[in-house]
Design a protein around this ligand. Structure first.
Ligand SMILES: [Zn+2]
Length: 161
């Protein structure tokens, strides 16, 4: 079941939505080889009318099965959006399409989740990957063996938008 909201319901009062949405509904399958979503999306949202605009705010959470882009090790990744906010203006190009007075939130949830999907999942930010050839590993022992801080942060930035 897609996640739909009746406009006349939010005209009366704010609507609180809490539950799970199957990953299948979000059509996330096979988006990415390194990150998969076998578990449902958990949502805890408040939908309200502000003037004629629709405002959706709340928490989105989803557990992903990832594979490290460097060492190929499988690991669990928690996609967490504690302060997700969606503003749908009553007029203009971003005006939502209503069907039978109902707004389908599913495509917006899909977009939010896809934006947060790890593009370069790493089991840990300083994962050194699979053992390299002998020359590469001898080079590594010369240095401290650790990734300099700056590049570690660069890796983190790749994970988060
Ligand atoms: Zn790794």
């Amino acid at each position: 079941m897609p996640l739909k909201v009746k406009i006349r319901h939010i005209e009366e009062k704010d609507l609180h939505l809490q539950g799970k949405l199957a990953a299948l509904e979000l059509e996330l399958d096979d988006q990415d080889e390194l990150a998969r979503a076998p578990q449902p999306l958990h949502y805890d949202l408040t939908v309200r009318l502000v003037g004629k605009d629709i405002l959706v705010a709340g928490h989105l959470e989803m557990a992903l099965d990832c594979e490290c882009a460097r060492c190929l090790k499988p690991f669990g990744y928690r996609l967490d959006l504690p302060d997700w906010l969606l503003h749908l203006p009553a007029e203009g190009p971003d005006k939502p399409v209503l069907q039978d007075d109902a707004l389908d939130l599913t495509p917006y949830l899909r977009e939010a989740i896809l934006l947060e999907f790890p593009q370069h999942p790493l089991c840990q930010s300083d994962c050194e990957g699979l053992p390299r050839r002998a020359e590469a590993s001898s080079q590594k022992t010369e240095g401290s063996g650790r990734t300099p801080k700056a590049s570690a942060w660069a890796e983190l930035n790749k994970l988060k938008f």
